[in-house]
Design a protein around this ligand. Structure first.
Ligand code: MG
Length: 227
């Protein structure tokens, strides 16, 4: 998938990032459920843009993994090139906000960690970055304290507030932009609240963030798809 088209303002926005920068353990309760302490500085990793899918597509569980988890996150979409941006100016560089799922092959991640390898493959399969349902203009939404949640088959699995982020959006833009230039369209996935859990073939996911909306995705096993 090269790009995903989402409603934005009076028209559409083509989501076409050069990179997706994602935060690990940016909610204290999620860090604890993963068996670790909240980090002292942001922990970032990259997801490939090839993992993006939009509404109407399905999440595919790769046969290589036995345990694929959902993580619902607030996504920041950059509006301007950002290099060495101070936190105090960070909001000037944001185009808008949407919802992203940081789908994770938890077993492959654990295996990589144990061996001291990067956990790239666990985050990088095709369809592991569902996004939607629309992009909300940064001037129309204060992202600092929004309800964020996720249901699987109608049952609440994740529920939190963006105010529970350890490192807030301005600090994240400062931190990341001092390492790598953020280009217009780049996405920051700001971390997930607690309640991450496994997905199975046939599951239906609903994810929402207050002020942005709700998106829904089906989950299919790779073996169930004829190709
Ligand atoms: Mg995540």
């Amino acid at each position: 998938m090269s790009s995903v088209r989402l409603p934005f303002r009076d028209g559409y926005y083509d989501v076409r990032p050069t990179k997706i920068v994602a935060l690990a353990k940016n909610y204290a309760e999620h860090a604890r459920e993963m068996g670790s302490e909240p980090p002292e500085e942001p922990i970032i990793f990259l997801k490939p843009p090839s993992a993006l899918i939009g509404p109407g597509s399905s999440i595919i569980l790769p046969r290589r993994s036995k345990r694929v988890d959902h993580e619902v996150e607030l996504a920041v979409i950059m509006g301007k090139r950002a290099k060495n941006v101070p936190a105090s100016k960070a909001f000037d560089y944001i185009l808008g906000y949407t919802i992203i799922l940081d789908i994770t092959a938890r077993d492959l991640q654990a295996e990589a960690r144990k061996k001291g390898y990067p956990w790239t493959i666990s985050k990088g399969f095709d369809t592991f970055a569902p996004i939607g349902p629309r992009v909300v203009d940064s001037r129309e939404l204060d992202p600092s304290d929004l309800e964020i949640g996720l249901k699987v088959n109608g049952k609440i699995r994740q529920l939190g507030r963006t105010s529970q982020m350890i490192f807030k959006i301005p600090e994240l833009i400062e931190y990341i932009s001092h390492i790598m230039t953020l280009e217009p369209g780049d996405i920051i996935a700001t971390g997930t609240p607690p309640g991450v859990g496994p997905l199975r073939h046939g599951d239906r996911i609903e994810a929402w963030i207050e002020g942005i909306g709700k998106m829904e995705f089906d989950v299919l096993a790779e073996d169930s798809i004829l190709c």
